[in-house]
Ligand binder design. Sequence first.
Ligand code: HEC
Ligand code: HEC
Ligand code: HEC
Ligand code: HEC
Ligand code: HEC
Length: 368
Amino acid sequence: MRVLIFYFLIFSFIDAKYLDSKSCAECHQDIYNEHIKSMHHHSSIHKDSFHEAVKNKTTPDKYDCAFCHSPASPNLLALKNGEERPNNRNSEEIDGVSCFYCHQINKVFESKHQNINFYGYQGGKPTFFANLSEPDFSDKHANQSNEIFQNSRVCMGCHSHKYNSSLVEICNTKSALDETISDCLSCHMPKTAGSPVNVNKKGRSEYATHGFLGIRDEGMVKKAVELKLAQLKDGFRLEIKNKMGHPVILQPMRLKYVEIEVIRNGKIVWKNFDKSPLEDKESTFTITFKNSDNVEVLPPQAKDFLFKNNLSRNKTKVIEYKVQLEPKDKIKATWKSMISRPQLAEELGLSNEYRKIYEGISETLIIK
Ligand code: HEC
Ligand code: HEC
Ligand code: HEC
Ligand code: HEC
Ligand code: HEC
């Protein structure tokens, strides 16, 4: 009986201290509206069926993905070891990368397999870290500025890199050649007119947006690369320049590619692939893995790469195509992105939401 009461006290204490994302809306309505549409709010196994399908297929009995996908869960270690299962009634889990969690990270430790977030909650009124100059008083939390919210280090606890248990690199936001991190906030949290709080006592005129747009936003996909075409004696040349602050491929299951068509008298007379973009290995970016029997596997089981085509930040790739061209032929190159490779989406039974093609910029050239 005494043991039961003891547990009851601990659990009610944990539940009482977590402030769910919804509770922030009372004073931060605009930021809340942006946040609930973002993938940070949809990162948990309860809201992202792609994540859920990969987890069920690769690690059905444990959930170590929680460290980044449901980081506010109070039982991270038990989830990791498989002693406890994800619970869809637990608001810390359902909230995914929540407001409360992100704003309490006060340090990010570098580590080999993946970095670790340090989180300073001691009980009582929480302290939230960010960058506002002279923040106004709030009775719900204390405010404190922290330099990791200026130099983008706060993102690196989850986005820096990940190696699986066989030390195969699954993702890396830093480029191999350039170890310094880029300014994530300037591209992913652009400032907008408005106020960070509903009652704007400090008279602020702008705030940092919280939509964290990425591959699911065509406006962002249009900013990913620059394409250039040039005529050659026996064909044409394509240049792909990565304009993002990181490699083209972060999450390895993505498919990003250039579709090229040669149009003559209104008809397509040549394409760089027939059915699948993977037929053109040069202009298609993705990463696949294999086990020790050379069979394709998902990242957690990987022993080595099967196929890897990536492009570091600020790097340009030049590809030459030998094609018989005629004067007035039109060459059209278009950047396209998919959340999952189509074959993988098929195998995992993903819904249409995960099978869309997001269109980036196009470049055309008329042959002289
Ligand atoms: C070190 C942190 C970290 C861990 C651990 C982690 N992930 Fe992720 N995961 C991320 C980040 C960051 C993204 C977003 C990357 C991007 O969009 O390029 C992501 C995205 C994904 C996506 C794409 C989801 C979508 O809808 O776009 C899938 C699927 C996924 N992770 C599966 C898993 C699985 C399964 C596990 C556990 C076996 C796992 N992840 C563990 C950080 C992590
Ligand atoms: C009762 C109102 C209220 C609630 C509820 C509230 N806040 Fe705030 N918050 C404020 C006020 C007031 C400020 C200061 C705004 C200013 O100076 O313009 C603030 C500022 C902040 C800042 C900026 C801190 C800094 O130093 O730059 C963050 C981050 C923040 N709140 C996060 C949250 C989160 C996360 C939640 C939900 C768990 C939340 N707030 C709930 C009133 C509130
Ligand atoms: C606690 C871990 C964590 C932190 C800290 C974090 N992220 Fe994320 N982020 C994730 C996960 C996990 C996903 C993928 C969610 C999914 O797709 O299921 C994600 C998704 C994203 C996406 C959207 C990808 C898409 O699919 O469109 C962007 C952009 C992003 N994060 C940028 C950032 C930036 C910039 C920061 C720093 C301010 C940051 N994140 C901090 C874990 C984190
Ligand atoms: C110069 C602008 C720029 C900077 C700096 C930048 N990004 Fe991005 N990022 C983009 C654009 C544009 C996209 C959307 C296109 C795409 O996903 O291919 C994107 C996509 C992403 C995605 C989703 C990728 C996917 O395949 O789902 C994540 C996650 C992300 N960025 C995280 C970060 C982090 C973390 C940092 C800081 C280390 C950062 N970004 C710095 C421009 C930038
Ligand atoms: C992925 C991490 C992350 C999540 C999730 C997140 N924030 Fe933030 N937030 C930041 C960062 C980083 C900044 C600093 C941006 C800057 O200074 O450019 C910030 C800034 C703020 C500010 C100060 C406004 C400003 O212009 O600097 C407030 C208030 C705030 N966040 C509230 C919230 C609330 C409320 C939620 C949930 C509804 C939330 N945040 C979710 C990372 C996050």
